[in-house]
Design a protein around this ligand. Structure first.
Ligand SMILES: Cc1cc2nc3c(=O)[nH]c(=O)nc-3n(C[C@H](O)[C@H](O)[C@H](O)COP(=O)(O)O)c2cc1C
Length: 353
């Protein structure tokens, strides 16, 4: 439902236009140094209104720690974090109250709950990912030297060339589209800007690389590392695909081409290729974890579209409100946080064994 994790348990709450949003983290080890600024960095990377290619909603998303920390260190008690909404404009959603936005959640939430909060997408809004990003910042602190780096790999048909072995967050943060290939980034920004001018939207791919992950994380049968990663990644709004390692491309190869040969590197067993993407049999093998997420074009667009009203009539709808013409630049820290939550949970389970 709204909780994820076994030992590192994270529960998010709040809606897009409610008073506040937040998260409760249970199971965080005691004595971890923790201050608001450790969390704020990733919230700033996720917040709306950060550039010309994101929604113009302006939120500072300033986080407050309500519990679980004493004199700058975690106590082992539940950590509660809160962020107040400041820039709601609920009147923008008047039309959406009457008709379903094509490919958004209005129809399914109405069908399922009858009573739901449509303002800003309510609980289906990407605003709720703020909680997982805040919790993910704590997970990253627990994971210490394990480097989790996500970046925009493709916007529509513009693809980036990225060295997965070396890419850093600093390179990713150099431009507003969060693509470490600066030439591709320029083209991506132009594409998004054009789509926005036309009242349209675009999708693309985020790749995430995890380096320095120890071998042995993941549990048979249903809590395989790749299965848990797929689940959390697919829970990010607007995701339509998940791949690990060679992914769907691997299906074009013979086994003789696809297998990752083992070899010794000093005293360490490594593989010479990484089609497995760092996971074999649901357990990490010590090679870099590599995963990709496909995001659809944002469903709310500023063009007239055919739809159905809540009174069951065929109508036309031109949405209003402030929207991301392409969600992926802001989804980069959300992907990192989601991956960090799963890895942190499995890391603590691995330690507990
Ligand atoms: C960072 C981020 C920002 C988003 N911004 C918008 C937006 O401005 N407008 C919109 O219609 N959808 C936006 N979405 C996607 C919707 O939340 C999502 O499409 C909707 O909840 C329906 O869920 P589904 O697409 O997963 O089926 C965003 C998603 C992410 C990850």
């Amino acid at each position: 439902m709204n909780t994820t994790g076994q030992l590192f348990r994270v529960t998010t709450w709040g809606e897009s236009h409610g008073t506040a949003l937040g998260v409760v983290i249970d199971g965080c080890p005691a004595n971890l140094a923790l201050q608001e600024k450790d969390i704020q960095h990733d919230l700033n990377r996720r917040k709306p209104g950060q550039s010309t290619i994101t929604t113009t909603r302006k939120e500072k998303d300033t986080v407050e720690i309500l519990s679980g920390v004493y004199k700058g260190k975690t106590t082992g008690a539940p950590i509660s974090l809160i962020v107040y909404n400041k820039d709601q404009r609920s009147k923008d959603y008047a039309k959406i109250k009457k008709a379903y936005r094509p490919s958004h959640s209005d129809f399914t939430y109405h069908k399922k709950y009858g009573n739901y909060d449509p303002r800003g997408g309510g609980r289906a809004s990407a605003r709720i990912t703020l909680g997982r990003v805040a919790a993910g910042a704590i997970a990253k602190k627990i994971l210490k030297k394990i480097a989790i780096v996500a970046y925009v790999q493709r916007v529509m048909d513009v693809e980036a060339l990225v060295d997965q072995r070396k890419v850093t967050q600093k390179q990713v943060e150099k431009n507003i589209v969060r693509c470490p290939d600066t030439d591709a980034a320029i083209e991506m920004i132009a594409l998004i800007t054009d789509a926005k001018k036309n009242g349209d939207s675009l999708g693309g791919v985020i790749e995430c690389v995890v380096r320095n992950l120890p071998a042995g994380l993941g549990e048979p049968e249903f809590d395989k590392l790749d299965a848990d990663l797929a689940k959390i990644c697919m829970s990010i709004p607007a995701t339509k695909g998940f791949e690990i390692g060679s992914g769907f491309q691997g299906t074009y190869l013979y086994g003789s081409e696809h297998n990752d040969p083992f070899t010794m590197k000093g005293k360490k067993v490594v593989t010479t290729t990484n089609n497995s993407g760092g996971v074999q049999g649901g357990i990490s093998n010590g090679m870099p974890l590599v995963l990709r997420l496909g995001f659809k074009p944002t469903s709310t667009i500023m063009q007239q579209q055919r739809t159905v009203s809540k009174s069951k009539k065929n109508v036309k709808l031109k949405a209003t409100g402030r929207h991301d013409p392409c969600v992926i630049p802001r989804a980069v820290p959300i992907v990192e946080a989601s991956v960090a939550l799963v890895l942190c949970d499995h890391f603590l389970r691995w330690q507990a064994r």
